[in-house]
Write a protein that binds this ligand. Sequence first.
Ligand SMILES: C[S@@+](CC[C@H](N)C(=O)[O-])C[C@H]1O[C@@H](n2cnc3c(N)ncnc32)[C@H](O)[C@@H]1O
Length: 200
Amino acid sequence: MSRSDVFRRVASAAGAGLAALVLAGCSEAREPAAAAPAQASATAPLRAPDVRYEPSPHRVVRAMLKLGEVTDKDIVYDLGSGDGRLPIAAARDFGARGVGIDIDPKLVAKARENAQKAGVADRVVFRNEDIFIADFSEATVVTLFLYPDVNLKLRPKLLETLRPGTRVVSHYHDMGDWPPKTQIRVQDRDIYLWVIPPRP
Ligand SMILES: C[S@@+](CC[C@H](N)C(=O)[O-])C[C@H]1O[C@@H](n2cnc3c(N)ncnc32)[C@H](O)[C@@H]1O
């Protein structure tokens, strides 16, 4: 709707004085001064990250995706995606679609750049979001390299929002008293696989 349409509607409802006030508010919202905080937040994490950035070694990445039996039918979500290596490898080497979610916009930008370089930018998406708020319920495979307490905090959300049969693969850390279906060791790192059970 054009500004004049807005003006006409507001004017007929509440008088021209009120309309002028509303329009003044609209113009203020477009002033450059409002852009400063948005620019600052484009490079700062949304909040303090729950886990410090550390990339999984490439051999571990490959082993995680193999353990999750990723195929071209899958949509692989890496929760805390860093430089994007897991979704990128899922798309490039296993034909899947990939989604990475990271709280740090600089890492999201780096991951998008890496996806371009790897030639898979059409099949991977990186989102600057908090994994505790983000919707990842469409995933068929979820990968994690977080901390033990963060895995535990995420566990109810995994169990409640992922479809039964979805595979969850974690590098290094387990899920407390939820026993893995399979556990392997690669490059001195433990990798765990769980499958979301049917709803009770
Ligand atoms: C140990 S790194 C793992 C990176 C990548 N998954 C890998 O295996 O190479 C953990 C990542 O989680 C991100 N992170 C930490 N807390 C987060 C949160 N609440 N939501 C989204 N990302 C988060 C960090 O910015 C970091 O990139």
